[in-house]
Design a protein around this ligand. Structure first.
Ligand code: GDP
Length: 202
């Protein structure tokens, strides 16, 4: 699944402009700077993916990528969601992303899971809780990926994991297992791939 190409297929700036339903979709969400681009690059073994998503104008869109086959014959789609919680963005833009994300999450029958990235050094913030709320309300299964694990001391890791799990308690759509990753060391990338492959098998 991850050995072949991962090609850009579509960018959506508004919910009336989503690609037709196809194979299962896996979405990636997180605060700006959480390490989403680095993780997507590590996951897919290529740099093109995040470069596309970082193209000015595309950062506020949903970017769709084909995995496990050429576009049109892919087995899976990765959906890079706009980074949220960036203070310098105006209220109007925040509102329009909100509508796009809400509409996508609410209505996408092929969406198998959302991975919500949390910066391991910072933990769950109120904006992340808002994303959890949206996912719970949309009944979209979601799983937490704690990024930048290399920056945590071994002695800090258990505490961060416990605090994150505590934030997920009583959240109906949250998957109660966290994946710890580092795009720098490659830690956790096989576990993330395995989780995605498992979703395809279900
Ligand atoms: P995005 O805004 O979520 O796409 O985040 P980026 O992937 O662009 O990363 C934001 C910053 O975090 C950059 O300075 C990266 O070098 C850094 N970063 C990303 N992943 C890791 C990681 O696994 N470990 C460490 N130490 N830094 C990381």
């Amino acid at each position: 699944l991850f050995a072949g190409p991962c090609e850009f297929i579509f960018a959506s700036a508004k919910s009336s402009d989503l690609p037709p339903l196809g194979p299962p979709e896996i979405a990636f969400a997180g605060r700006s700077n959480v390490g989403k681009s680095s993780l997507l690059n590590a996951l897919t073994n290529r740099k093109t993916l995040a470069r596309v998503s970082h193209t000015p104008g595309r950062t506020q869109q949903l970017n769709f990528f084909a995995l496990g086959g050429q576009p049109g014959a892919e087995r899976l789609r990765l959906v890079d969601m706009p980074g949220y919680g960036y203070a310098a963005v105006g209220k109007e833009k925040v509102a329009s992303w909100g509508v796009l994300m809400h509409d996508y999450l609410r209505g996408r029958a092929s969406l198998a899971r959302a991975f919500v990235l949390i910066d391991g050094r910072r933990g769950v913030k109120p904006v992340d809780e808002e994303m959890f709320d949206l996912l719970d309300q949309s009944a979209v299964s979601y799983q937490i990926v704690l990024t930048k694990h290399d920056e945590l001391k071994v002695s800090e890791r258990a505490g961060v994991a416990a605090a994150t799990l505590a934030a997920l308690a009583k959240r109906p759509a949250a998957y109660p297992e966290i994946i710890f990753t580092s795009s720098q060391t490659g830690e956790g990338i096989p576990a993330l791939r395995a989780a995605i492959a498992q979703l395809l098998a279900e």
